[in-house]
Design a protein around this ligand. Structure first.
Ligand code: NDP
Ligand code: 2IT
Length: 454
C-alpha cells in the first residue's frame, strides 16, 4: 500500500485534478498517471532538480500525437474508414519505441496510457529507447488475409512519414503479430525505398530477431522467478493461472512448462478454459496452431481436450499459487484480487499492460503478495525489440542462446532495480510498483534536466 503524508496527498490531488482537467474523459490515461504520480510526487518533494524543472508535468504531455484516417476496401468491394494513431510520448532517452494495437476498443485514452507507461518501461530495460504507442480501432478478427493486408498497407501509407530508425520504431501489440508486422514493413520498404530497422518483431528472413516472439512471455516468468528467489522460493510445482491466449499468454505458458510449473488456464474475451492436469507442451502447440494459423477461439480447447470452459468469465476464482494476467488492461478488479488472495495466490506478474485495477493492486500489496507491475514484468518484449534494433544497425544477427541470455540479464537487472528503489518498511517488503516507477523515472528525468527547458 502506498501511504502518503497529508502534504504529498494534497500535492497528488492537485496534480491529478489538473491532469483530469486537461485530458477530460480519458480514464485509462488518468489511471496510469495516478499509478506513477503517487510515487513520483513524494519522491521529488525534496529534489528541486526535478520538481522545479516540472519534469512530471512535462511527462504527462506527449511530445506529439498523430491522428489519421485509414480508408480500405473489403473483399466485397465496400469501403471502410478507420482511425489510425501514433502517440510519440517521449524521445528523451532514445527514438520513440512501442507497439501498435489493432482492436475495436482502441481510443486515444488507451494509447496515451500505453505510451506513457512505455516511456518508463523502456527506461527500465536500460536500453536507449524512448516511449510511444499507436494503433487503430480496426478489428482484424473475421477479416480475410487480403483485407488485413490492404488495411495494413493503407495504415502504413500515412504512418511511414512519421517513422525512421532514429525517429520512431513501432512493433506489435494486441491484434498486431508477425503477419501484420510483415505487411506493415513491406509497405514501409516500398514507399520509403529503404530497408531499415523501422519496425521490430519482423520475420527472421528480413531483419527480425530470434527470441522476440517469446520475449514478453518468457520475461514475465523470469520476473516471477526472480521475485520468488528473492523470498527464498522456487517456481517449480506452482499452480499458475494465465489469462489471454495470444502471444504473451502462449509464451508465458511455455516458460512455465520449461521451469516445471503447472499452468492451468487460458482465456480470450469470450471465456476461459481450466485444465486442472496442466497445459503441457503438446497442448500448447495445439493452442499456437489454433491462434496463429486457424485463428480460432479458446473454447475449442475445451472440446478438443475434454476440460471445462467457463463462458463469459475470467479465471481469477480458480485456486492457484501464481497469477499471470496476459490479456488486456483492467482485467483484474478489486473483487477478483480478493479471490486470488483468499485462495492462496502469493504472486502476480503482469504480462499485459495495466491488467490490475488500482483496487486490485492495493489488495495485493496489503496482503504482502509479490506484485510485479506491467512496466517491469512485460519489459522483456521491448527489450528484445531494442536488441533487434541493435542487430539491424550492425547488419548481423545474434544466436537464440545469446539473445535468451541477454533477456535473462535484462529481467534480472530490472528485478534488482525494483528492489533497490522499492524495498520499504521493517519487513523490507518490496513494493515493485514503486521501485519500477522510480527507477524508470530517474533516467528519463535526468536526461530531460540535461536538455534544459523544452
Ligand atoms: P494478442 O493479440 O496476441 O492476444 C491478445 C489476447 O488478449 C487474446 O487472447 C485476446 O482475446 C485477449 N483480449 C484482448 N482484448 C481483450 C479484452 N478487451 N477483453 C478480454 N480479452 C481480451 O496480444 P498480445 O498477447 O501481444 O498482448 C496481450 C497483452 O500484453 C496486451 O496488454 C499487450 O499490451 C501486452 N504486451 C504485449 C507485448 C508483446 O510483445 N506482444 C509486450 C508487452 C505487453 P480475443 O482474441 O478474444 O480478443
Ligand atoms: O507493450 C509493449 O511493450 C509492446 N507491445 C512491445 C513494444 C515493442 O516495441 O516491442
Amino acid at each position: 500500500m502506498n501511504t502518503l503524508s497529508p502534504r504529498d496527498a494534497a500535492a497528488l490531488d492537485e496534480f491529478m485534478a489538473e491532469v483530469k482537467h486537461r485530458n477530460p474523459g480519458e480514464t485509462e490515461f488518468h489511471q496510469a498517471v495516478q499509478e506513477v504520480a503517487a510515487h513520483i510526487i513524494p519522491f521529488i518533494q525534496a529534489k528541486p532538480v526535478y520538481k522545479d524543472a516540472r519534469i512530471i508535468e512535462r511527462l504527462v504531455e506527449p511530445d506529439r500525437i498523430v491522428i489519421f484516417r485509414v480508408t480500405w476496401q473489403s473483399d466485397d468491394g465496400r469501403i471502410h474508414v478507420n482511425r489510425g494513431y501514433r502517440v510519440q510520448h517521449s524521445n528523451a532517452i532514445g527514438p520513440y519505441k512501442g507497439g501498435l494495437r489493432f482492436h475495436p476498443s482502441v481510443t486515444l485514452a488507451i494509447l496515451k496510457f500505453l505510451a506513457f507507461e512505455q516511456t518508463f518501461k523502456n527506461s527500465l530495460t536500460g536500453l536507449p529507447m524512448g516511449g510511444g504507442k499507436g494503433g487503430s480501432d480496426f478489428d482484424p478478427k473475421g477479416k480475410s488475409e487480403t483485407e488485413v493486408m490492404r488495411f495494413c498497407q493503407s495504415f502504413m501509407s500515412e504512418l511511414y512519414r512519421h517513422l525512421g530508425p532514429y525517429t520512431d520504431v513501432p512493433a506489435g501489440d494486441i491484434g498486431v503479430g508477425a503477419r501484420e508486422v510483415s505487411y506493415l514493413f513491406g509497405q514501409y520498404k516500398r514507399i520509403a525505398n529503404q530497408f531499415t530497422g523501422v519496425l521490430t518483431g519482423k520475420g527472421l528472413a528480413f531483419g527480425g530477431s530470434e527470441i522476440r516472439v517469446e520475449a514478453t512471455g518468457y520475461g514475465c516468468v523470469y520476473m516471477m522467478e526472480d521475485m520468488l528467489k528473492h523470498r527464498g522460493q522456487a517456481i517449480d510445482g506452482k499452480t499458475c493461472l494465465v489469462s489471454g491466449s495470444g502471444n504473451v499468454a502462449q509464451y508465458t505458458v511455455e516458460k512455465l512448462i520449461h521451469l516445471g510449473a503447472r499452468p492451468v488456464t487460458l482465456s480470450d474475451s469470450a471465456g476461459f478454459i481450466f485444465d486442472p492436469g496442466g497445459i503441457d507442451q503438446e497442448r500448447l502447440q495445439w493452442v499456437k496452431e489454433l491462434k496463429e494459423v486457424r485463428r480460432g477461439r479458446i473454447k475449442e480447447y475445451a472440446r478438443e481436450f475434454g476440460v471445462e470452459y467457463y463462458e463469459g468469465q475470467r479465471p481469477w476464482a480458480i485456486p492457484c499459487d501464481l497469477a499471470f494476467p496476459c490479456a488486456t488492461q483492467n482485467e483484474i478488479t478489486g473483487e477478483e484480487a480478493k479471490h486470488l488472495v483468499n485462495n492462496g495466490c502469493i504472486g502476480i506478474s503482469e504480462g499485459a499492460n495495466m491488467p490490475s485495477e488500482q483496487e486490485a493492486i492495493d489488495t495485493f500489496q496489503a496482503a504482502r503478495l509479490m506484485f510485479a507491475p506491467s512496466k517491469a514484468a512485460n519489459a522483456g518484449g521491448v527489450a528484445v525489440s531494442g536488441l533487434e534494433m541493435t542487430q539491424n544497425s550492425m547488419r548481423l544477427s545474434w544466436s537464440r542462446d545469446e539473445l535468451n541470455t541477454h533477456l535473462r540479464e535484462v529481467m534480472r537487472d530490472i528485478h534488482n532495480r525494483c528492489v533497490q528503489y522499492g524495498a520499504e518498511g521493517d519487513d523490507h517488503y518490496v513494493n515493485y510498483l514503486k521501485g519500477a516507477n522510480l527507477a524508470g523515472f530517474v533516467k528519463v528525468a535526468d536526461a530531460m534536466v540535461s536538455y534544459g527547458v523544452m
